[in-house]
Design a protein around this ligand. Structure first.
Ligand code: NAD
Length: 543
């Protein structure tokens, strides 16, 4: 599976063609394209291959004043709308509250009635490990600033998981100047990271891994083929305390995402199909072992946090009562950014040309948003190899996103790029997500579980004419924990695209700022006032 490149259109316009290329792209760079699986254990791009073919056929026929409706990865109908309306709307993984359990969700999936679309798989917005790379990098920078006198330089980071998202970790540790061990149970994933040049070496032996870290230079990251629960436990037992400890296995999914200590990697592959309930129970017991070890390492002085994979929930379910004394990364380190609408924004060069990506890198630096943006883009240019259609993740904020996207649309219009550009973002963004153990953990006013916000965000984005709008909820271990909204808008060089980009990007991140202002965060309130966000009477006062 490869995404179409070049300027040949297979659809009736670039908006439709762009979404088709985005769909192809998530499978081009996905973890198991043969099963339509993109990332996060079983995050899929379409319900099944028949649905995939019918989505492709619909996108090819769709007129600009029609909207395709997709329910959990299956296309269900095309309706007349208007050129100002979304080309695609979708809802994925939503089950009413009482029924939103991992077990019932799995049953519905097994019956072919729905699918887990991850956050960016089912709505075709995944851009590979880079999608989480800057997030992990910014997080480690914040940890360095807060705990280690300004920098992570030379610090020992212990983490695990080298899957779709987790494979960003070695590079992020290196870019932040740290050293580390990444534990991964699948030798093939370690080999892949080594071949990409992100790991310095791979071993199956903990002592060898520790020895090669020794006084190795900054940026040395060793892949350890082992089970995280075993390794974390062993380190805690021996009193070897890393500076920073986290985990990015797909712990949210106790069946397909986390290998129990009782099984080898190969045994786990079979067991999870033959005995999913037994595997889930064993996996939770193993996660409890790992989290207990993390708590011991924390008590011994390590900085320990969960990186958004629901590990603490799983451990708590298995009896670790103080699992939540481990910090969640978003609340602890990233909330100030969300208060200003700054989050994981991204763009994709639909031409497939690296020269387009280079031009966009040049432009975003030239627009001088903030020093952090410039330094990130410089690092990304040097160290991030293209995966699929050339893409860039870049944490821009409210106002910055729309200014940049409209300027890019001008480049497309003037023929200075080889093709249009799609703009999108992770659902883990200021306006996009309710997850009381990730993005909205510990909200100041106790509103962290209220899912009105991402639903409002999706409605607003539809009203603003985004090209694709999605409302997702969690499958497997995220069931009942997450509600989120996704959006894609295409810069095709037209005047209508300029209007759409400004309207949608300002609305999306603006609602995010208002969500935090409403919860009482003064940074968000001050920013909202300065940007004229809120009700007309507030805006009048600002003027
Ligand atoms: P993935 O399924 O592609 O990879 C998970 C990896 O963990 C696999 O390679 C697997 O072999 C390994 N693994 C499983 N059990 C293990 C164990 N006991 N010891 C060592 N390795 C083990 O998942 P992914 O796409 O990398 O996502 C990882 C997690 O990150 C998911 O829970 C996902 O939802 C979450 N996530 C977080 C963010 C964020 O912003 N922090 C963003 C996106 C996704």
């Amino acid at each position: 599976m490869t995404a179409q490149r070049g300027d040949r259109l297979r659809c009736r316009g670039w908006r439709q063609e762009a979404l088709l290329r985005m769909l192809e792209n998530v499978l081009e760079i996905g973890e198991r394209p043969e099963d339509l699986v993109v990332y996060a254990a079983r995050g899929k791009a379409a319900r099944d291959w028949e649905s995939y073919s019918r989505i492709v056929a619909s996108l090819r026929q769709l007129a600009e004043d029609e909207t395709l409706v997709v329910q959990s990865g299956k296309p269900v109908g095309v309706f007349p709308s208007s050129p100002d309306a979304p080309i695609v709307v979708m809802a994925c993984g939503n089950v009413v509250g009482h029924y939103a359990t991992a077990e019932y969700f799995d049953e519905l999936c097994d019956r072919g009635l729905m699918m887990w679309g991850g956050l960016t798989a089912g709505d075709w917005q995944y851009i590979g490990f880079q999608g989480v790379l800057q997030g992990v990098y910014e997080l480690l920078q914040a940890v360095g600033r807060e705990h280690f006198g300004g920098s992570l330089a030379g610090r020992f980071v212990l983490t695990s998981g080298l899957g779709g998202m987790g494979s960003a970790q070695p590079l992020a540790i290196g870019l932040a100047g740290g050293r580390g061990i990444v534990v991964e149970v699948d030798a093939a994933k370690c080999k892949r990271a080594l071949e990409r040049g992100h790991l310095s070496s791979v071993t199956g032996d903990l002592d060898e891994a520790l020895a090669s870290l020794g006084d190795a230079k900054a940026g040395t990251v060793v892949g350890l083929v082992a089970n995280a629960a075993v390794v974390y436990g062993e380190l805690a037992e021996r009193g070897i305390v890393p500076d920073v400890v986290t985990d990015l296995t797909a712990a949210h999914d106790a069946v397909f995402g986390y290998c129990p200590v009782d099984y080898s990697f190969e045994e786990w592959q079979t067991a999870r199909r033959m005995d999913p309930l037994g595997v889930a129970e064993r996996a939770r017991v193993s996660m409890a072992l790992e989290v207990r070890a993390m708590l011991r390492l924390k008590a011994s002085g390590a900085v320990v946090f969960e990186d958004g994979n629901n590990l603490r929930v799983q451990a708590e379910t298995a009896g670790v009562r103080d699992a939540f004394s481990i910090d969640g990364f978003a609340k602890r380190y990233l909330r100030p950014l969300f208060c200003r609408g700054i989050g994981p924004f991204r763009w994709v060069a639909l031409s497939g040309e690296l020269s387009d990506l280079a031009e966009l890198d040049r432009l975003v630096i030239e627009m001088s948003f903030r020093p952090e943006v410039e330094s990130w883009i410089s690092l990304a240019r040097q160290h991030v190899a293209a995966q699929g259609l050339p893409a860039r993740s870049c944490w821009l904020g409210h106002g910055e996103r729309s200014r940049f996207a409209v300027a890019v649309n001008g480049l497309v219009r003037d023929g200075r790029l080889a093709g249009p550009v799609a703009f999108t973002r992770d659902h883990f963004d200021s306006g996009g997500m309710t997850h009381p153990h990730i993005g909205t953990e510990g909200m100041a006013d106790g509103s962290g579980a209220i899912s009105d916000w991402p639903i409002l965000d999706a409605l607003l984005l539809s009203a603003s004419g985004a090209d694709l709008v999605a409302v997702h909820a969690g499958g497997a271990g995220y069931a009942g924990y997450v509600q989120s909204a996704g959006v894609t808008i295409v810069a095709d060089g037209s005047e209508a695209a300029s209007v759409r980009l400004r309207r949608c990007l300002d609305a999306d991140s603006g609602l995010g700022v208002l969500r935090y202002a409403d919860a009482g965060y003064s940074q968000a309130q001050l920013y909202a006032a300065s940007a004229g966000l809120g009700l007309p009477s507030d805006q009048e006062e600002t003027r």
